[in-house]
Design a protein around this ligand. Structure first.
Ligand code: CTP
Length: 394
């Protein structure tokens, strides 16, 4: 299992429906999945590797003979959380059923113990052939989820069972296989992430060590659970984010503008960003010369959370606290002062947590309850915090 729990291998077989899987890639990405496409060599006749590479931003391989030193058939299998094979041709189903390993995809299927879903697409005669039926039975008996194809127009002028299902149906079935909750459908979740930068001059800034990983985990988890998510990202790489509206900001004042714009229409605000508490007083357009770079005069930034919470109507507000001492007491008073429903307090002594995939800290609730989390992934914390948000939403 990968650290994120969201790595999907999309195996593509050599059927004309391969082009429909391009839409599937996008829809999976919209749900926060990281998709890697592994086509069969023959499927490249229908859709070329460049299409998959452009859609996923990841290299595409079809054989175990490429980059042998990386042992891709084992490492990719190990990192995958789910397999989706779409379209699956009669031949691909037969090869998987007999345990063949004659290309990268079939090697991965054998090497991975992740849950697997197969979406057949073929002519009705091939689908109804006893050989295919037996192969499908074999796959099902081994725990593969094999979808019944749709009935309708097939390649050429024929029609009957064997048609590749609509993307919506595949996504619905995939959601039920992965067991992901869909409890934020119809909700708007606003997440701030990263760390603001306050310009000293055109080249220098005051910043902090926030990587944005926790905020991104929250935004992705909310999107997976069906929310309409807006991420206000301060100085982080947002190029690989799909299915989430992103506003890139630099300073606390930039963030304040977007927050003011978006807050009224959201149901949940998760203020994960590390906002710089002060900014240089002077706005300089020229670089300060070394000889005169001896001190910086600062002025206090507004407390964005405290400010926005005064305009709260029905929103649930979750804040974060970074502390190096008296964690619980400090976080409780921040909760009070900033009008929060939930606060997660991190012990950041010695720079712990920044840039890491795991976190440890305490969740404090309005009713006085404390929930200590020993060591959890940032993805797991995201799910836990969203559970609390949903409870508060009622
Ligand atoms: N926060 C904010 N605006 C600021 C500073 C912080 O909205 N100018 C938010 C953070 O996003 C976080 C929470 O307030 O959700 C607490 O941030 P933290 O840095 O722990 O607390 P501060 O209020 O800055 O207090 P201190 O630095 O004194 O601990």
């Amino acid at each position: 299992m990968s650290a994120t729990g969201r790595e999907v291998i999309l195996g593509v077989g050599a059927g004309i429906a391969a082009y429909k899987s391009a839409d599937l890639v996008r829809r999976l990405q919209d749900r926060g999945y990281h998709v890697r496409v592994v086509p069969t060599p023959a499927s490249l006749n229908f859709v070329g590797a460049s299409t998959w590479e452009a859609l996923t931003g990841r290299p595409v391989r079809t054989q175990v003979w490429e980059d042998v030193h990386e042992g891709a058939h084992i490492s990719l299998a190990h990192d995958s959380d789910f397999f989706l094979i779409a379209p699956a041709t009669a031949d691909l189903i037969a090869r998987i059923a007999t345990g063949r390993a004659d290309d990268l995809l079939t090697n991965l299927v054998l090497a991975s113990d992740a849950p697997k879903m197969v979406i057949p697409a073929m002519h009705s005669h091939m689908w109804n052939d006893p050989a295919t039926k037996a192969n499908v039975e074999t796959l099902r008996s081994r725990g593969f989820v094999v979808l019944e194809p749709d009935t309708g127009r097939l390649a050429g002028n024929d029609s009957g069972p064997g048609r590749f299902p609509e993307t919506n149906r595949i996504i619905e079935e995939f959601d039920s296989m992965t067991g992901h909750k869909r409890d934020l459908v119809g909700r708007r979740v606003l997440v701030t992430a990263g760390g603001t930068r306050e310009a000293i001059d055109p080249v220098r800034y005051i910043g902090n060590r926030s990587s944005g990983k926790q905020g991104l985990a929250l935004a992705r988890a909310a999107a997976m659970r069906g929310a309409d998510v807006h991420l206000i990202a301060a100085n982080m790489d947002t190029s690989a984010i799909h299915g989430i509206t992103v506003s890139n900001v630099e300073s606390a004042l930039d963030m304040r503008e977007v927050l003011k714009d978006q807050f009224a229409s959201c149901d949940v605000l998760i203020m994960c960003a590390a906002v710089a508490d002060a900014r240089p007083t002077q706005k300089l357009n020229e670089k300060i010369k070394k000889a005169s770079f001896t001190s910086i005069e600062l002025e206090t930034n507004p407390d964005l959370l405290a400010e926005i919470s005064t305009t709260k109507t029905n929103q649930v507000i979750i804040g974060f606290a970074a502390e190096t001492s008296d964690h619980i007491e400090s976080a409780r008073s921040k909760m009070q002062a900033k009008g929060l429903d939930v606060i997660y307090v991190n012990d950041v002594s010695g720079g712990a947590i920044f840039g890491k995939d795991v976190t440890h800290g305490t969740i404090l609730l309005r009713n006085g309850e404390d929930i200590a989390l020993k060591e959890v992934s940032k993805d797991a914390l995201a799910e836990i915090l969203l559970d609390h948000a949903i409870r508060q939403l009622g």
